[in-house]
Design a protein around this ligand. Structure first.
Ligand SMILES: NC(=O)c1ccc[n+]([C@@H]2O[C@H](COP(=O)([O-])OP(=O)(O)OC[C@H]3O[C@@H](n4cnc5c(N)ncnc54)[C@H](O)[C@@H]3O)[C@@H](O)[C@H]2O)c1
Ligand SMILES: [Zn+2]
Length: 375
């Protein structure tokens, strides 16, 4: 079963979704003046191999496009990758009528969006997400960026794609680790915005959902709901003045864990896995600081631990063998862009569907919440 609906956003960035999505993309390609300039496609090694053929089959005109390929993985989301591609784009005559097509997961759309935003003060770009995280999260909302060393997303722009085209057939070749990782954003979205969906997920159990075929209807419904939710929130508060901050649940500690692992193990921790573990900690913080009941907190924590058991154990081993690991993680939290006046501010939940932004928590409470990942 393939997504079949089509969603239009209020901000002018449209999301086309379903088995006709690539036809929609072709129409845009043919109807615009981009053809007179040049079309560029950014892929990574995996999406170049697995996804580009499907895209070119749907849009034969892309045969003439210049393809830039980066290595797969978080390490490619760097200023040096952006610089290399800027140099090649300029050498190929890219101008403001050129179009950059990002075909890949969150690394490709974050990096490609950043490249598009920076080149000649902004060229148009399209996101065609191929990972679950890309579809439900990264490709939507116009946050672009690159990492600085192990520090995540330190450089970036808010810069919207012209449109987003989502075709679930790309997910056929996505490795299961990345399905599990993308699932974390779906759980986050349910916890902050859809208590009915959250109860449904809870009844099913994370392990059982993760065992289902990604092309089956239950997943397609989850993708659709999550994508629509993210789209709605980011349209209402594009620059993250207030409402959009609710999407950060699990991410403050999640990003610190991602950076902590990346500094010690080049394979790093997948973004969604880090968010799932971050949500375990921030659920406990929600109990301590935002009035989430102990019972509901434990339900959420048990659900996440069942889905992300191995990731919690692996991180636990690294934390135990690293001297002053909690101090390191706390220092990373202080680098996070959600810091205000030297304090760590979290997005927490008072209950499923009741997010609370800008909740401050101290070092001791943060440590107690990290313990919940490992005990
Ligand atoms: N901008 C945002 O709002 C936002 C939101 C969430 C995540 N992100 C960022 O996105 C990144 C994580 O996204 P991700 O998990 O998609 O990472 P990713 O882009 O690294 O993709 C995951 C892996 O799957 C491979 N892949 C992707 N699609 C495939 C397909 N169809 N078939 C086979 N292999 C495929 C990729 O090559 C990569 O190895 C992080 O850098 C995170 O910070 C950004
Ligand atoms: Zn995320």
């Amino acid at each position: 079963m393939i997504l079949s609906a089509r969603v239009a956003t209020v901000s002018g960035t449209r999301i086309h979704c379903g088995s006709n999505a690539l036809q929609g993309f072709r129409k845009l390609l043919l109807s615009h003046e981009y053809r007179k300039s040049r079309v560029f496609i950014l892929v990574d090694a995996n999406t170049g191999k697995h996804c580009l053929p499907l895209l070119v089959e749907a849009c034969p005109e892309l045969d003439a496009a210049l393809v830039f390929e980066i290595e797969g993985g978080e390490a490619s989301k760097s200023l040096s990758s952006a610089e290399k591609i800027w140099i090649e784009l300029l050498a190929s005559g890219a101008d403001r009528r050129s179009l950059l097509v990002n075909l890949g997961g969150g690394v490709v759309s974050d990096l490609g969006g950043f490249i598009a935003a920076g080149l000649k003060r902004g060229i148009p770009y399209i996101n065609i997400p191929t990972s679950l995280t890309g579809m439900v999260d990264a490709a939507i909302g116009g946050k672009t960026g690159v990492n600085m060393g192990e520090l995540k997303n330190q450089l970036g722009f808010f810069y919207s794609p012209l449109a987003v085209f989502v075709d679930a057939r790309f997910l056929k070749t996505l490795p299961s680790d990345h399905i599990r990782s993308g699932f974390a954003e779906i759980v986050k979205s349910a916890l902050i915005g859809d208590p009915v969906l959250w109860r449904k997920l809870l009844r099913q159990g994370a392990e059982n959902i993760l065992a289902l075929d990604i092309l089956e209807k239950p997943w397609q419904d989850l993708i659709m709901k999550t994508m629509t939710f993210k789209n709605r929130i980011t349209c209402q508060d594009f620059r993250e003045q207030k409402l959009r901050k609710i999407l950060n649940f699990g991410h403050t500690i999640g990003h610190a864990l991602e950076s902590f692992v990346l500094a010690r193990d080049e394979k790093g921790l997948l973004h969604g896995d880090a968010v799932a573990l971050g949500m375990i900690a921030e659920t406990w913080l929600s109990h301590l600081k935002a009035g989430l009941s102990g019972g509901e907190a434990m339900e959420i924590i048990s659900f996440l631990k069942a889905g992300y058991k191995i990731q919690a154990e692996t991180l636990g081993d690294l934390v135990r063998k690293t001297p002053s690991s909690y101090d390191n993680i706390y220092t990373l939290l202080l680098y996070d862009k959600k810091i205000s006046e030297g304090q760590v501010r979290y997005t927490l939940i008072q209950a499923a569907g009741k997010p609370r932004i800008n909740r401050q928590a101290g070092r001791d409470e943060t440590s107690a919440s990290l313990d919940k990942i490992f005990d």
